[in-house]
Structures are given as C-alpha cells and as structure tokens.
Design a protein around this ligand. Structure first.
Ligand SMILES: Nc1ncnc2c1ncn2[C@@H]1O[C@H](COP(=O)(O)OP(=O)(O)OP(=O)(O)O)[C@@H](O)[C@H]1O
Ligand SMILES: [Mg+2]
Length: 630
C-alpha cells in the first residue's frame, strides 16, 4: 500500500452521529489518502458493493434491516474477498469478538476510536485479507498436487493433510487430523526413529519409507521432511512431502530380477554348450554300439543301455537349463489350453494325495494360443507339483483360465506385458507360501527350499524359459500360510492358424554324400558313423576353412553340409555364408549347443538353411533332420 493510491473505504452505518465522527477522524489522517463512501442499511450496502469495488468495509452490526452477528455473516457471504472491520458499542465487545472468530478482520469499539487507530486497523485488515487469500490459494495448490503433503508436530500428531494424502492413503482429512503418523506404518514408528534423529540435526531428511494405506495395501514412498522451528528456535512442526514410488519400485525389482536371471542364463548356457559337446559322442556311441549286436553279449548290451539312458538323462537336464536360458525349441501349433488343463486335471486326480482338493474352472470360449503342447504341459505340471509340495497336510489346489485384454494400465506395471489379448492360467494353492525374500529368487535355476534329492530347483526356471519363448510371462503373489498364486500369461491368437503335421517316419538314405563340419573330433566321428549306419556317405572337416576347400572340390557330389555354429577361427555363420556364395542352392543343417529360439531373430540363426539341430542329438534326430533337409 503506497500513500498515493487512495484507499476506498465503505462505511455501512445508519447512525448519522457515528458516521460523522468517523468521517471527521478520517479527515484528520494525513498519512494516507482515504476515499470514503457510505450506506444506511445492509441491503443498500450490498447493493452498492455490487457495482462499486472498494478496498474495505467498516460495518456497524446494528442496522435497520439487520442486527447482530448475522449482519456480518450476510455481508461476508456476498463479499467473500473483502476485508471487513466491524464496529460495535461499548457493551457489545463479545459480539465483536464472535464476528472476528467468524472471519472479520478486526473490530473497533465506538467511542474509543482515534484516527490513528482507525488507519492502523484498516491497513492491517487489508493486509490480513490478502495473506489469507494467498494462503487459501496455496492450500488449493497443495490440494491439486499429486504428492501427499502433510504437516505433523513433534509429537507425531497430524496437523495438515492435503487431497493428495487422501488419495494416496485413503484416510480423509477428518479421519487423519489429530491422529499420529503411526497410522501410516505397519510397524508403528520404529521405521522412522533414525530419520527423526537425523532431522533434528540436519533440519531435513529424505529417504524411502514402507507404508500402509487405510485398505491395508503396502506402498513405498519417497519421503522428504523439513523441520520448521518457532521464533525461539524450538522444533515446532515437520512438513512432509511423500511421493508414491510403489509402481516404480516394482518395475525396478522386475528389471533387476530379469537382469540377474539373464546373467545366470548366459553362464548356464555356456556350461551347457560344453557339456553337450561331451555328451553327444557318448550318446551316439552308446547307440551305435548297440546296433552291432553280433559282437556283444547280453550283459554288455545291457550296460550300453544303461550308458545310453544316463547320457539321455544328462542331456535332458541340459535341455532344461537351456530352455530356461533360451526358451524351448519351436514346433509350435495352435493349442486349446483348455484341453491341456483337463489333461493335467486327470493326472492330478490319479496321482496327487486325496487330501488335496482340486478345483478346475475353464471357460468354454478360451482363446487359443500358439505353442508347444508338451512344453506347456510341463509348465503346468511343474506349477501343480510345487503347489502339491507346498501343501503336505493337504489343501485346496485351484486351476483356472480366462481371456484377458491387457491395457496400458497393466503394461505399465509389468515389463514383459504388451498391450493386447492374452489368456491367463492361474494355479493357486493355500499351502505354506513363499516369503517375500524368497519370491525374488524362486525363478533362478537350482534355487530350491526342498531337501537334497527332493527338488533340483529347475521347475520354475524351466517354466519361465518356456513361457518366455512363447512370448508370455509369469506373475506370482503369495501370502505365507494363506494363498499362493502363479499366473501364466500367453498371447492369444484369434485368427485361424494352420497346424503342421509332423512326419515321424525315419527313412534311410540313398548313399548321398554329406559333409560334416565340427571342430570336436568325437562329434565329427560319431556323426559320420551314424550317417553311415543309415546308408549315407559322409565326409568330415574340422573347421570352416577345410570345409570350404572340400566343398569347392566336390560341390557336385555333396548333397548336404552339417555345420557346427560354434567353432573357433571361422564360425558357423561365416562358413555358411561362404558356402552359399559358392552355391546358392547349397543344403545346410546348422548344429548348435544352443537351441534355436523359435521365431525370434537370433544372431546365430543364419538365413536360407534347411534345418537346425540342437546338441546333443540322438541318431534319430540327426537322421530325421538330414532326411527332411534332403
Ligand atoms: N506353490 C508354492 N508354494 C510355496 N513355495 C513354492 C511354490 N512354488 C514354488 N515354491 C518355492 O520355489 C522353489 C523353487 O521351485 P522350483 O519348482 O523351481 O524348484 P523345486 O520345486 O524346489 O524343485 P524341482 O521343481 O526342480 O523339483 C521351491 O523350492 C519352493 O521353495
Ligand atoms: Mg518344482
């Protein structure tokens, strides 16, 4: 307020004597220009104010058309933003105080007013009203903030609670005010004790807190505290701004888990690759030796069978580890998972203890998916067996499926989910459950809580690998001793999809010449022997360079080249590319310790080849691949 612009004062006063007195007093004032107008009654006053803006109203509470406090409240209702100073007689001070409580900026007692007092009151009233307005505006801003903003005193009692806090925690202002902040913590105030001490030293604190909403939902907030002191420097209250980071944290955890699993996968597939190179000759040799029964007695044959069985078992485990690392192999058809679930239902009914009650709920119109029935069967079986093991005393196992369309809201909370149609298969049990520390690790290969010999810890990691290679994902939630739920999401197909018929017949060759390229001498030799057993002819090369030289010499004779993808010096991809340059029609089967990930563009999968053979392969698999390629 400067002294040049006049202050417009509006006086509502019916007593001519009082009016004149105030006029006189204001005229005496020289420190500020005052422009004064007046009305005789409340209605007149309200009428005038509608058309003429003023800075402040001096209001007599006793007017011809209104007496007492209601004179003030009526005017206030009409003119919310206007500062009002009430004037009363000597005996009416209590009334004046009530007007101030109701929102009047000040009061003046007639007969005690001086010019100076009047001006001071007017200035003070205008200032105060402005401050009030600003506070109200700020409060409105606090309310549209998405953060939860609260103020508490040093006894932890909540003094302020914005709309954001209502939204985040579910407690309304009325419910929260006067309560202590232990309302927001499951474990009382233990979690914030250290923060509290820090706050007293630094005047501020920042950190993450685990809190709980009215509905009992656990949330994580990023919390910023500021200590506000009174004029004497004593801690007065604490301003707290909390940002909900629950979803962000979950995504972060998912990301770290995915990363960890990926590095374990890389490690595992490296080992598996070496093991495959060792097992392939063991397996094929065992098989080939059995094909020469003339030279062997019963006992040796039997021993060879044992050798073969165990080599196969080893190969199976490697396959499982690899299916975790790279997903299962292709062989995809359109599937009705409803059939799968009913198959599982039958197995459970026949083999699970009777103390486990089974509930199955599958709608008839479940969307089909594209996938490998054997693999998905294995996934469901793994989950059901886990559920069984979690309920040694019996319980309820429930299998259900549903069609789901995932929207952006959902995909925001899950890294692997994409918008679109999915089917979800839920396997639920009410067994022992999984603690939150364990939840983080259960998908790791070889993670098990079971006794030695009871579990290998490969069930869930295999399931995860398979579901991933189906472009799906798995979620899990568990409340120990109450409920554990695994959900498999698979992308649904809604259009028709041609199913492939697999010809299982294995045909012997017609003396075609096959070039086998592998840096492992054992693999090379047994592959050659296997092919010859099945009436093919075979040539071998120990690396890409040798292979290309041989091929260049005998191109017209060689009907097919089998190339190991993982070779030192010149790798399989390069070898294949050069062979294809020499002869664009060359027939090639690629061999690798790493299975070909179905559909996805894999850096090792060369284009234009006739087949792919994962190591270790059986004689049948080899011959079938060769037959198909030719
Ligand atoms: N439904 C469930 N309830 C409680 N714990 C479970 C459940 N499913 C899995 N788990 C926990 O996850 C761990 C890993 O499961 P996973 O299937 O990978 O291995 P496993 O069952 O221990 O062994 P495997 O399946 O190879 O025989 C289990 O040991 C168990 O602690
Ligand atoms: Mg298991």
């Amino acid at each position: 307020m400067d002294n040049q612009t006049p202050i417009h004062v509006f006086l509502i006063e019916d007593n001519p004597g009082d009016r004149r007195l105030l006029q006189e007093l204001l005229r005496e004032v020289t420190s500020v220009a005052i422009h004064l107008e007046y009305a005789n009654s409340l209605s007149q006053g309200i009428q005038h104010l509608r058309e003429n803006p003023v800075d402040i109203v001096l209001l007599d509470l006793f007017l011809p058309d209104s007496q007492g406090l209601s004179t003030f409240t009526q005017l206030q209702q009409q003119e919310r933003d206007l500062p009002i100073v009430v004037t009363t007689g000597l005996n009416d001070e209590t009334l004046a105080l009530r007007a101030v409580q109701a929102g009047a900026q000040d009061y003046l007692v007639k007969g005690q007013i001086t010019g100076e007092l009047l001006v001071r009151s007017i200035r003070y009233a205008i200032e105060r009203k402005r401050t009030e307005q600003k506070i109200r505006e700020q409060a409105a801003l606090l309310d549209i903030a998405t953060d939860a903003i609260l103020v508490r005193d040093v006894q932890n009692q909540i003094l302020f609670w914005n709309k954001g806090a209502e939204r985040l925690y579910g407690w309304t202002v009325d419910e929260a005010l006067g309560k202590t902040v232990s309302l927001l913590f499951q474990d009382g105030l233990a979690q914030i004790e250290v923060a509290q001490q820090q706050l007293m030293i630094d005047h501020e604190w920042q950190g993450e807190l685990n809190q709980i909403t009215k509905a009992g939902q656990k949330i994580t907030v990023e919390s910023r505290w500021t200590l506000v002191r009174d004029d004497d420097g004593r801690p007065k209250f604490i301003l707290i701004v909390n940002t909900d980071v629950t979803a962000k944290k979950q995504l972060e955890a998912q990301f770290f888990r995915a990363q960890r699993l990926e590095s374990i996968g890389t490690l595992a597939s490296g080992i598996a690759h070496d093991l495959n190179n060792i097992l392939t000759p063991v397996l094929t040799t065992a098989q080939l030796l059995q094909m020469k029964p003339g030279n062997l007695d019963e006992r040796s044959l039997h021993m060879l069978k044992i050798l073969e069985t165990n080599a196969r078992r080893g190969a199976e485990i490697i396959k499982q580890v690899l299916s975790f690392a790279r997903g299962g192999e292709g062989n995809e058809t359109v599937l009705q998972t409803g059939h799968l679930i009913r198959e599982i239902q039958q197995i459970i009914q026949e083999t699970f203890p009777k103390s486990i009650e089974l509930e199955v709920d599958v709608p008839g119109d479940l969307w089909p998916v594209i996938g490998n029935a054997t693999q998905l069967h294995q996934v469901l079986m793994n989950l059901c067996v886990n559920a069984r093991d979690a309920m040694p005393e019996g319980g309820l196992l429930s299998l259900s499926a549903e069609n789901l369309t995932l929207d952006r809201n959902y995909t925001r909370t899950n890294l692997e989910a994409k918008e679109g149609k999915y089917i979800a298969i839920t396997v639920k049990d009410n067994g022992v459950g999984i603690s939150s520390e364990m939840l983080d690790r259960i998908f790791e290969p070889f993670f098990t809580s079971k006794d030695v010999g009871k579990g290998t810890g490969l069930g869930l990691s295999t399931a995860l690998g398979i579901i991933k290679s189906h472009r799906g994902f798995i979620t899990v939630s568990s409340t120990p001793d109450q409920e554990t739920q695994f959900r498999i999401f698979l992308p649904a197909v809604t259009a028709a999809y041609g199913a492939e018929v697999v010809d299982l017949e294995v045909l012997v060759g017609d003396h075609q010449l096959i070039l086998v390229v592998d840096d492992e001498v054992n693999v090379r030799e047994v592959t050659k022997a296997s092919l010859e057993t099945y009436r093919y002819r075979a040539l071998t090369a120990s690396d890409g360079v040798e292979a290309i030289a041989l091929y260049a010499q005998q191109q017209s004779d060689i009907g097919l080249v089998i190339v190991d993808m993982m070779m030192p010096a010149m790798d399989g991809t390069t070898t294949i590319r050069i062979l294809q340059k020499l002869n664009p029609q060359v027939k090639i089967i690629a061999v690798s310790g790493l299975p070909h990930s179905g559909g996805e563009a894999s850096p090792v999968a060369p284009v234009g080849i006739q087949g792919f053979l994962p190591k270790p392969y059986t004689v049948e698999e080899l011959v079938k691949a060769v037959h198909d390629a030719l």
